[in-house]
Design a protein around this ligand. Structure first.
Ligand SMILES: [Mg+2]
Length: 402
C-alpha cells in the first residue's frame, strides 16, 4: 500500500525562534551566529535578512558588508532544542509515527489518519494552525506531502516560507525535473561534482544513465541514486518512541567474491554489530533473516524462527551462516550480505546452563560496557581484524545500519 508522508521543515528556524522570543527583533534582518568563541559564521538568517542577500554559512564579516543593518544574535542551542521538543510533541498528537530528522525538520507518516491526498492537505493545514498556537506565529513551517520521505522532503523545499506542497506519484518525475541535483537530500556538493564529471547534470540524465555503471562507480549508493532519480525510496518513517520491528545490517563487499572465509568474517562482523545494538536497547531476537545479492544483481533471502531467544553475535552468526549455506548459489560471486534480527522482545537472553556459554555471556556484558562508552568499533573479535584493516585501506566498503 502506498504511504502518505509529511516532511515538516521550520523556516529560518533559529532566527524565527529568536524573533518569537524577542519582539524587538521581529520584522528585522537578523543573523544567528555561534557562541562568542565562534561568531564568525551566520548559522541562520531571518527571512528579512535573506531578502537582503544574507545566506546561511556566510562569514559575519561578509554578511555585514552586504547588509550593514544586520543584527547579530548569539545562538542559544538549549532554547532551540526546547522548541524542537515542543513541536515534535505536537506532531505526536497527529500520528505516532514521527521521525525527527534534524533540529528543525521531522517526517510524519499520516497514512492511517489522512486516507488520501485531500485528507493529507487538510491535515497539514490543521497542523500548521496548531503549530501557530503552540509555538507562536513567528515560527512557521514549510510542509511537503508525498508517498515517500525523499519526495516529501523535496516538496517542502518548493514553497518557503509557510507553504504546503503536494507531490503525487504521477507528478514525481516532473517535480524532480524542476529541481537541481543537489536539492535532493543525499546529493552533497562533492557527489554533485562526481555526477557532473560523468556528464550527469540533471535528474533526467541520471534516470537514463545505465544502472550497472552507476553501481560500478558508486557501489550500493548507485542503486539509491537510480531509484531516487525515479522518485522512489523505501525507507520508512520510524519513530523512536516505538520499538523497532527488526534490527539489521547490510554490507557491500569491497569486491565480488566466492571466498567463503571472507564471507564468514563479514557476516560475523555484522552479527556482532546487530547483537550489540540489541543488547544496548534491551532486546532479544527469536528470528533472523539473511539476504545475499550477487554480482549480477540477482539475490536471495531466507528467514529462520528459533525458540531460544538470543542477543549474542556469535549465536546469530551460526544461524546466519546456516541460512547462507542453505540458499547460496555457489557458482555466483557474492556482492552484498545482509542480516536482520526480528521477532524482538524486551529482555535479556536466558543464562546458559553450560559453563562455556556462561563465560561467553559474562564477557559480553563487560564488552558492552566498553562499547556503550566508546562506540561499537571499540573492540573486535580477532578473526575480524584483517577485514577492518581492509575496509579502512580500500575505503570501498559500504556499510550501513538498517
Ligand atoms: Mg529549515
Amino acid at each position: 500500500m502506498s504511504r502518505i508522508i509529511l516532511h515538516i521543515d521550520m523556516n529560518s528556524y533559529f532566527a524565527s525562534v529568536e524573533q518569537q522570543a524577542n519582539p524587538f527583533l521581529r520584522g528585522k534582518p537578523i543573523g544567528i551566529t555561534g557562541k562568542r568563541s565562534e561568531r564568525s559564521i551566520i548559522a541562520t538568517a531571518s527571512k528579512e535578512a535573506k531578502k537582503l542577500g544574507v545566506k546561511t554559512a556566510m562569514s559575519t564579516w561578509q554578511a555585514l558588508r552586504i547588509c550593514p543593518q544586520l543584527i547579530l544574535v548569539a545562538g542559544d542551542a538549549e532554547k532551540y532544542a526546547e522548541i524542537t521538543h515542543r513541536f515534535n510533541k505536537l506532531f505526536f498528537e497527529f500520528t505516532h509515527l514521527v521521525e525527527p530528522f534534524s533540529v528543525d525538520e521531522s517526517f510524519l507518516d499520516i497514512t492511517d489518519q489522512a486516507k488520501d491526498w485531500f485528507g493529507a492537505v487538510c491535515l497539514a493545514q490543521q497542523l500548521r494552525e496548531r503549530l501557530k498556537e503552540e509555538c507562536g506565529e513567528y515560527i512557521t513551517a514549510s510542509i511537503g506531502i508525498a508517498s515517500n520521505k525523499l519526495l516529501a522532503k523535496l516538496s517542502s523545499e518548493c514553497v518557503k516560507p509557510n507553504g504546503i506542497t503536494l507531490t503525487r506519484d504521477e507528478d514525481a518525475i516532473a517535480r524532480l525535473d524542476s529541481m537541481k541535483l543537489d536539492d535532493l537530500c543525499g546529493i552533497g556538493p562533492r557527489m554533485r561534482d562526481r555526477l557532473f564529471d560523468l556528464g550527469i547534470t540533471t535528474f533526467k540524465l541520471l534516470r537514463e544513465f545505465p544502472i550497472e555503471q552507476l553501481v560500478d562507480e558508486f557501489d550500493s549508493y548507485g542503486y539509491w541514486l537510480h531509484e531516487a532519480a525515479h522518485g522512489r525510496e523505501i525507507s520508512e518513517v520510524t519513530s523512536e518512541e516505538e520499538d523497532p520491528k527488526s534490527i539489521g545490517h547490510s554490507y557491500t563487499l569491497p569486491k565480488d567474491t566466492l571466498d567463503t572465509v571472507l564471507m564468514q568474517r563479514y557476516l560475523l562482523g555484522m552479527c556482532e554489530k546487530v547483537a550489540w545494538r540489541m543488547r544496548r536497547d534491551g532486546f532479544v531476537a527469536n528470528a533472523l533473516s539473511i539476504v545475499i545479492r550477487y554480482g549480477d544483481f540477482s539475490g536471495a533471502g531466507k528467514q529462520l524462527v528459533f525458540k531460544e531467544s538470543t542477543a549474542d553475535g556469535f549465536r546469530l552468526f551460526q544461524i546466519a551462516w546456516r541460512l547462507v549455506e542453505m540458499i547460496r548459489d555457489t557458482s555466483k560471486p557474492v556482492r552484498l550480505l545482509g542480516i536482520s534480527a526480528s521477532h524482538l522482545s524486551h529482555g535479556t537472553a536466558p543464562t546458559s546452563l553450560f559453563k562455556k556459554e556462561q563465560k561467553n555471556l559474562s564477557v559480553l556484558s563487560a564488552l558492552d560496557k566498553i562499547q556503550t562508552r566508546y562506540g561499537s568499533d571499540a573492540w573486535t573479535r580477532a578473526s575480524l581484524l584483517p577485514i577492518v584493516f581492509q575496509e579502512r585501506a580500500s575505503g570501498l566498503g559500504y556499510d550501513h545500519e538498517m
